[in-house]
Write a protein that binds this ligand. Sequence first.
Ligand SMILES: [Zn+2]
Length: 108
Amino acid sequence: MDQFADLQTLLKKKRAELDERVHRIKDDARHISDPLEQDSKERAVQQENDEVQDALEKEAQIELQAIDRALARMTSGRYGLCRDCGNPIAIERLRALPYTDRCIDCAR
Ligand SMILES: [Zn+2]
């Protein structure tokens, strides 16, 4: 019996969502469905939009990496242990933040 099985399912689902989001952002940035406008004002708006998309993509990538690390910790059996003090992380905390690698005391 794996006590983290449901959290693993949750993380994998979240990972798939983020992965899809990143791909969508990348497609948007390439202007596949919406080519760059000839008009310079319109283009400025698009480029501004690209910057926002860029920031969103970075955010999603950071979250993806955190999820990957959590899934790797599950595989190696270190999941649920605090990175700093080595104590088990409270299950309530893991449920709220499944990819955390610090207990509440060390995160403070
Ligand atoms: Zn700790």
